[in-house]
Design a protein around this ligand. Structure first.
Ligand SMILES: Cc1ncc(COP(=O)(O)O)c(C=O)c1O
Length: 429
């Protein structure tokens, strides 16, 4: 479709039209080779696409390569995927989103991306620009600077992630979110990442759907707002499910998408196989919108146009492998087994931090915890000292002068020793 036709299809979702950047408004798939090849897919003589085949649609595969994918049909592993991603994979992932978001949630047909970073980058290109800021809680995954600001020139605006100091068991700073939204005067994008990197925090039930919760703050915002739910760590919830600290325990996408007014707000979900299927190298992510019908399809096509203009299409073997895994009857049990390993590490870390008196920001999910440093200690210096003096590697978070500890890659039995070593440096005064 032409850009004009796609933009016309977005009239049923006015917010999307108001939010698109100049590049987003221009984005469209031309009537090019993939479309012409798809039109002719059932022809007896197939002389469209430049794929090297045996004349019946099978790749002329090199055995040395093909045997690496011996469980996959060579057509799945060695030929091109569509720009939007494998059709069946898109349907299955949409069902996966609906299953946790709940019935009645508007969910477009997801576009498959080359990892979640790629999905965020597409959102950045579609919705941000030098005069269209990205709003994120601080601290945030530092790659957002590279993905968004470096590419589109959009400034990052921040508000404090927590509503008080670490020692007072703070919560997600919904009041800070409200104030930050109040300062916006035109179209903007808000990015919410739960379970969060680097804090390891996910909001509690009332922090999402309560009268002073995230959903109410966003729904009341008067200007066009795209909300990106970065659900990279979806499902990794370890905090309590009942009582006063009960976690919300699922993506905020569903509640936001159901409550959003399509005249002002568009909710985007980025997620993928990277952590949910422990397939880091597979590079399979998804981008989904709260716009449905023709408007959802138009946004998906704009995303596909950005894919066509950068990587042309995503990797076939990984998409095929993810589809097979999602259709496997044993997948849920396999994921549960990984979750219980991580939950053990999470509990071991909490216990060890308490035992060694190492202060930490609240964490209840994901892969990380964040350790605030005492006044006068500098995150980069402490990081270097931990390497040299204790043979411990952590990540410095200069945004809030803290250290990020990834507990997802350390055996539970080794965690007390890790914390003891960290404590020797942090508590050495
Ligand atoms: C918050 C967050 N979002 C997105 C990603 C990127 O995921 P992917 O590796 O699929 O690009 C990461 C990876 O570290 C992350 O921490």
């Amino acid at each position: 479709m032409t850009p004009e036709a796609l933009n016309d299809a977005l009239r049923s979702h006015p917010a999307a039209l108001k939010l698109l950047s100049p590049l987003g408004l221009r984005a469209a798939l031309p009537f090019g080779i993939p479309q012409q090849a798809a039109d002719a897919a059932h022809c007896e003589r197939q002389a469209t696409i430049g794929q090297i085949t045996d004349g019946t649609g099978l790749p002329l595969a090199l055995p040395s390569l093909a045997r690496c994918f011996s469980n996959l049909d060579p057509r799945e592993s060695l030929l091109y995927t569509p720009q939007h991603g494998l059709a069946r994979l898109r349907t299955v992932w949409r069902d996966h989103i609906l299953a946790s978001a709940g019935p009645g949630t508007p969910v477009s047909n997801p576009v498959v991306t080359a990892g979640i970073t790629h999905a965020i980058s597409i959102c950045g290109e579609l919705f941000t620009a030098p005069d269209r800021p990205l709003l994120v809680p601080l601290p945030y995954w530092d790659n957002y600077d590279t993905i968004v600001t470096m590419r589109t020139g959009a400034p990052i605006h921040t508000f404090d992630f927590f509503d008080g100091p670490a020692a007072r068991t703070p919560r997600f700073n919904v009041a800070g979110l409200r104030h930050a939204l109040d300062r916006l005067t035109g179209p903007a994008t808000l990015l919410l990442n739960f379970p969060a990197n680097p804090t390891g925090y996910s909001p509690l039930a009332d922090e999402v759907e309560g009268p002073n919760g995230i959903v109410a703050a966003i729904v009341g915002h008067p200007h066009p707002l795209a909300v990106i739910c970065d659900d990279a760590y979806e499902g990794l919830f370890f905090g309590p499910t009942t009582g006063p600290a009960a976690m919300y325990g699922r993506s905020v996408y569903g509640a936001l998408a159901r409550a959003a007014d399509p005249n002002r707000h568009l909710i985007c979900k980025v997620d993928g196989a990277t952590k949910e299927l422990v397939f880091f190298g597979g590079r399979v992510g998804f981008l989904t919108f709260s716009a449905t019908g023709a408007a959802g399809d138009a946004l998906a096509e704009k995303a596909a146009a950005l894919i066509r203009s950068t990587i042309s299409n995503g990797p076939a073997p990984s998409q095929a492998a993810v589809l097979h895994a999602l259709e496997s009857p044993t997948l849920a049990a396999e994921q549960e087994a990984v979750l219980s390993v991580l939950a053990r590490r999470y509990r071991a870390l909490k216990a060890a931090l308490d035992e060694h008196g190492v202060p930490y920001w609240p964490f209840n999910s994901g892969c990380f915890c964040l350790l605030p440093l005492p006044e006068g200690m500098h995150a980069e210096e402490v990081r270097k000292r931990l390497i040299v003096e204790q043979s411990v590697g952590v990540i410095q978070i200069p945004q809030v002068n803290a250290l990020r500890v990834a507990f997802c890659g350390i055996e539970a039995e080794d965690i007390p020793d890790l914390v003891e070593r960290i404590g020797r440096v942090i508590n050495a005064r």
